[in-house]
Ligand binder design. Structure first.
Ligand code: SF4
Length: 387
């Protein structure tokens, strides 16, 4: 397919299964049970059907998809044959993407599995390690050990993955700064291309929320969690990982192209149960219930949820601003003017000046971006961009 006039766009495919739910997680996924194998097969078939239905019209308009991202849940909770089948369908429908990421749980992959994934076109692996401390891994309900995480990383390298990201968490129950430093040292010793770090937040409806309500969750104090954050955000750049987004650090040139697309308002199609997309300026959502999703696809019905509403221009400007502010480069003011036909200072001048005066925002070369201090209180600044 001629890609010369291509618009950059991506595809997100959601896999709503995990081997077991982690104690902190409220993502849409269900634990794999003994009856799930048949459902997984139906799900993979439904997802492939949705891809073949939804992708070609976009490819005809925009050319091949630049990025594909399989997330979840745990994509690698699927048997390898189902996951590689989905990747093959994506390649048939969307062309060969520049970046094809698969999220993987270290407890679900071995050398054979990773070799099949690589052969099916995945060229970036995002490994959910969270910690290299076995005690903490048990506390948060992960299914793998630190040694298994390291083995998975090495197996991925041996399988030909030259672009690997590790997810790490801080602010975990009973975690100390020393625990975090040890985990980060172990992570850096593997020399990944990319590291994502997330502070634990206790989400409603999770086992952690129940434990917290009973006073049984030994979270670090706010000061201790802040100390971990401050250490991380200084230590990773000092080791050559550029902080290109609030939670994401990468070696030069190894930023996640797909995720950068989210923050830069690049269009993407979401496929699968609970997937979200952004096409022609419209936010799209899919049926979140896996069984209903499968039935709808099988009977040729739409899987789009009613949240397919046209956003107002004001919503679009707000969203553009707070998504772009998550990145190191920030808001491209010329691009903002092109997108909305109005100078950013006409809309947000007072807010920008207020936060520049407080040292939380900065202007440089036509961009407005958070300072390091601003990244720490990002949500407060984002809120000020909402009308
Ligand atoms: S493996 Fe990931 S998506 Fe699944 S329950 Fe754990 S954190 Fe959530």
């Amino acid at each position: 397919m001629n890609n010369a006039q291509a618009t950059q766009w991506g595809i997100y495919a959601h896999i709503p299964y995990c081997v077991k739910k982690c104690a902190y997680c409220d993502f849409i996924s269900s634990a794999v049970g003994k009856d799930t194998r048949a459902e997984m097969e139906d799900y993979a078939a439904a997802l492939r059907a949705e891809i073949l239905r939804e992708v070609p019209p976009l490819r005809a308009r925009w050319g091949d998809a630049a990025t594909v991202y399989l997330g979840g849940g745990t994509p690698t909770a699927l048997p390898a044959a189902l996951l590689t089948g989905i990747l093959e369908t994506l390649r048939t429908a969307a062309g060969t993407p520049v970046e094809c990421t698969v999220e993987a749980n270290p407890g679900t992959v071995d050398a054979a599995y990773l070799t099949q994934l690589r052969a099916a076109g995945a060229n970036r692996l995002s490994l959910g390690v969270q910690s290299f401390d076995d005690r903490l891994l048990r506390v948060i309900g992960r299914i793998h050990t630190a040694a298994e995480a390291e083995q998975a990383f090495r197996a991925a390298r041996a399988a030909g993955f030259e672009n690997i990201s590790l997810d790490l968490m801080y602010g975990l129950p009973t975690q100390t700064l020393d625990d975090l430093k040890k985990s980060v040292d172990e992570a850096l010793a593997l020399v990944p291309e990319h590291i994502s770090v997330y502070g634990l937040t206790v989400e409603e409806g999770t086992p952690f929320a129940a434990a917290e309500a009973q006073g049984k969750l030994a979270l670090p104090t706010e000061d201790a969690a802040e100390e971990m954050y401050d250490w991380l955000t200084a230590a990773l750049p000092a080791r050559g990982y550029v902080r290109y987004e609030i939670s994401n650090f990468a070696r030069q040139g190894c930023e996640s192209r797909h995720n950068l697309g989210y923050w830069r308002n690049v269009p993407y199609l979401g496929v699968g149960a609970a997937a979200h997309g952004y096409v022609d300026g419209v936010r799209l959502g899919n049926e979140p219930d896996t069984e209903k999703y499968i039935r709808a696809i099988q009977t040729g019905r739409s899987v789009r949820t009613p949240e397919d509403t046209e956003r107002t221009r004001t919503n679009a400007m707000e969203e553009y601003a707070f998504l772009a502010l998550r990145t190191r480069e920030g808001i491209d003011t010329a691009d903002f003017s092109r997108a909305f036909g109005v100078d950013i200072d006409t809309v947000y001048g007072a807010v920008i000046e207020k936060y520049i005066a407080q040292g939380l925002l900065r202007r440089a070369d036509g961009f407005v971006a958070l300072t390091n201090e601003g990244m720490k209180v990002g949500n407060e600044v984002f809120a000020a961009f909402l009308h």
